[in-house]
Design a protein around this ligand. Sequence first.
Ligand code: F6R
Length: 583
Amino acid sequence: MCGIIAYTGKRQAAGILYDGLTRLEYRGYDSAGIAVVNGLRLDYVKRAGRVSAVADARALSGTCGVGHTRWATHGGAEDRNAHPHVCGKFAVVHNGIIENYAVLKRELTDMGHSFSSDTDSETVSHLLSSFYRGDFLSAVRQTVEQLRGSFALCVLCSDFPETIVCVRQKSPLILGRAKDGMLAASDIPALGGCREICVLSDGQIACLTPADCKLFSFSLAPLPCKFTASDLKSCVAEKKGFAHFMRKEISQEGAAVVRTARAFDEAEARRLFGCVPYAEAFSRIFLVGCGTAYHSALTGARLLEETLRIPVAAELASEFCCRKPLLGRHALVLAVSQSGETADTLAAARLAKQKGARLAVLTNAGYSSLARLSDHCFLTEAGVEVGVAATKTYAAQLAFFYALCAFLRGEKAAYLRRFPAIHKKLSEGEEQIRLLAAEIVRARGVYFIGRGADYASALEGSLKLREVSYLPGAGYAAGELKHGSIALMDGDAVVVAVATGKALKEKMRTSVCEVRSRGAKVIAVTPFDDIPADHVLALPACPQKYYPLLTQVPLQLLAYHAALCRGLDPDRPRNLAKSVTVE
Ligand code: F6R
């Protein structure tokens, strides 16, 4: 999704902003731009395409500026829709959605403003211009009063050549203090080099000058501004000899799992569940998330329900708010999100709080909006994930659920310590996976099936393959096939059958026979040697409940190699963003 970077200080801004934009590239975007105040003039460059398309912006002169990577929502990926949006003395970069932009645009047009883009964001620069009477902050205050929706804004005004005004409402914005100036960014990795940071809260305005930051409420009441020390060096992403971040991050899963299990916060878990027996703390538990996080929630819900013997359901965050879930003070909502910024998950978390449920969060981003909203925050220790497809964060989320359930049973999840060695062994099968990937890219559709705990793995394997290789397909509960989707099976279909459940083996054998007899080729991902598949990706034997952790390794590698076979960049799948900050 869109990324923001801003700098005011002693050095030339454009190079710093350009560098910041390259660090935000992993979020997914389709255009980029930079504006700087040059004397009392605004200079800017913005274009559709990659950050490198605005490389010439590095020559812009000025020590105060803003940069942006845009992921198109309102208006296509065109130069004129890229940010910054400039109107009169103001340049604005915006993340989020201005929900009432159509009304505002109509009013501004009636007042004589003419718009040059199709975006919701451009209304902000026009509002600023229309309210401005020489007082920068006051124009921002009046503008913000008009806006509905979510917005992180960084604003330049050419009358104030050293000042950036930042606004946060339901879209993340973090301030950073560097040796030679102040920065603001939508995302921690863009603040590499800052020694101190301050995470803005919703409803705050910050006024940045080279050596100072003043904080205000939306009504301009002064607020205390506290920066905390932070070591952001580790956020600089490198491929370390791997061809892609996705492959590097798959290789880091062993370490991510061990770190997450080791860092499991027992004290926080005790605070959350409060009493022994833990099963009495809540009458029901909802795990909410999107995409891959939802798939880990499916596994987490199974494990938790087995452990606590109370109703535990995994829910798609985007659907959770579309019904009336049974929330209240005896309900626990555990929101799962690697980024901690996913708008749908945030909306579900807000609903939970509003209805009086307890809110816990599992995230890889301790500074994120979800972490700050939660009553109880648990962290995965996956490290920064740059590839758009979630890999090591998924493994780390599963590790958390194993650690949590072990804690609730009064045990330790000792098996997780063995995972790095098992991961290494699974990766040794990569050549076989590469050859299979070359085969499946010829299929008309690739369908993943599984029963029981393997159903979530099938959904995740399918999502991973679709997002990085664009191969059509879906994940199904194996038992559901015969209720409709078996109509898809013919000689052009490939089925990936995940079969790890001992008690479900015979049923999976039947499903495999059913699809093969209709001509589909079957790849089984299984520890068993008697699944009648065309190819077998063998899993080592392990305690039954840990198979989802093992299964995802060959499935992620299959997706990765399928993308390579199709000549695609798995780190930057089309249309996708690392952090989905719009609902
Ligand atoms: C898939 C993927 C997405 C995310 C989803 C939720 O590989 O990355 O499906 O899992 O957008 O993101 P987070 O976990 O940041 O809430």
